[in-house]
Design a protein around this ligand. Structure first.
Ligand SMILES: [Zn+2]
Length: 150
């Protein structure tokens, strides 16, 4: 697909956002400079897709020019807790607990918003032992004397 290359080039390009934001024309010109052949439709379609994905935010200025702005990194929107096992350094597999953790973080974000904190960035770090390491390091379950001793 021809659009794919344009989208990839666009992804690399977007962080170089001009102070006044991106416009379709600016994006198209910048892509042409990189030797990526795109037309208006492709650029608009890609920009729309990025907007839908939450990567870009769209605004219309006084001259009715649509401008595109890089949205805050997605990682900041969805607080991704950094959870690592101190034993094997693998990320915890939360399974069923994952939803509860996400809900708790969401509640925390909402509480911060209610307190007037704008765009909070949560950096949650959890250290501990995963179930597997805990099983390995815990002392063996003491078994009752087997009765073989004299
Ligand atoms: Zn572990």
């Amino acid at each position: 697909m021809r659009a794919t290359r344009a989208v990839q080039a666009l992804l690399l390009l977007l962080p170089d956002q001009p102070a006044q934001g991106w416009t379709e024309g600016a994006v198209e010109a910048a892509l042409h400079q990189q030797g990526v052949a795109v037309n208006r439709v492709t650029v608009y379609r890609a920009l729309d897709r990025f907007c839908a994905a939450g990567l870009l935010q769209r605004s219309v200025d006084g001259q009715r020019v649509t401008r595109y702005w890089l949205a805050a990194p997605a990682a900041h929107d969805q607080a991704a807790p950094h959870m690592e096992c101190s034993g094997c350094h693998q990320p915890f597999q939360l399974g069923e607990g994952s939803a509860a953790v996400q809900a708790a973080l969401q509640a925390l974000r909402q509480a911060l918003a209610h307190s007037g904190v704008r765009n909070p960035t949560l950096d949650v770090a959890v250290q501990g032992e995963c179930a597997q390491c805990a099983a390995e390091t815990s002392p063996p379950v003491s078994s009752p004397p087997s009765g073989n001793s004299p």
